[in-house]
Ligand binder design. Structure first.
Ligand code: DQA
Length: 144
C-alpha cells in the first residue's frame, strides 16, 4: 500500500478558479488534485485531498491523519490560519508532520494575514507560488 499524504483545505478554497483569480489564480481545487495525483503516483505515494468550510472538520481530519497514519499533511487552512488556536492545538497534539501551504504570500498582503497560528507548529511553510505551492509541498512531504 502506498503511503498517503492528506491535503486538507479550509474555507473558501472550494471556490478556487473563480475566487479573486488575480490573487489565487485560475486553477480549481480539482485541477490541483489532478496535478498532485499525477505527481504522487510518480513518487509512489497516494493523496487524499479534502476541503471544508468548517473548522471542526479540519481538526477531525488532522486526528484521522495520525490514526491512519498518513505520512504527512499538507494544510491550507485558509483564513483559519490567522485565527485558529484549535488548529494550533490539533497540530501540536499529533505527531504527523504538517506542512502549511498557501497559494498567495500572506506576508505581502493585509496586516491581519501576517500572523499564522499554524506556522509555530508546522514542520514548514510554503507560500506564494500559486497552485505550484501544493506541488512544492508534496515534494517536501515525499522527502520527510
Ligand atoms: C490563503 C491565504 C489566506 O490568508 C486566505 O484567507 C485564504 C487563502 C492562500 O492560500 O493564499 O483563504 O490560505
Amino acid at each position: 500500500m502506498p503511503e498517503t499524504i492528506f491535503v486538507l483545505n479550509g474555507p473558501n478554497l472550494n471556490l478556487l478558479g473563480t475566487r479573486e483569480p488575480e490573487i489565487y489564480g485560475h486553477e480549481t481545487l480539482d485541477d490541483i488534485a489532478g496535478q498532485l495525483e499525477d505527481r504522487s503516483r510518480e513518487l509512489g505515494l497516494s493523496i487524499d485531498l479534502r476541503q471544508s468550510n468548517h473548522e471542526g472538520h479540519l481538526i477531525d481530519w488532522l486526528h484521522e491523519a495520525q490514526a491512519l497514519p498518513a505520512k504527512a499533511v499538507l494544510l491550507n487552512a485558509g483564513a483559519y490560519t490567522h485565527t485558529s488556536i484549535a488548529l494550533y492545538d490539533a497540530i501540536k497534539a499529533i505527531r504527523t508532520p504538517v506542512i502549511e501551504v498557501h497559494l498567495s504570500n500572506p506576508h505581502a498582503r493585509e496586516a491581519f494575514r501576517h500572523v499564522s497560528r499554524i506556522s509555530p507548529v508546522a514542520h514548514g511553510t510554503i507560500c506564494g507560488f500559486g497552485a505550484f505551492s501544493y506541488m512544492l509541498a508534496l515534494e517536501a512531504a515525499a522527502r520527510l
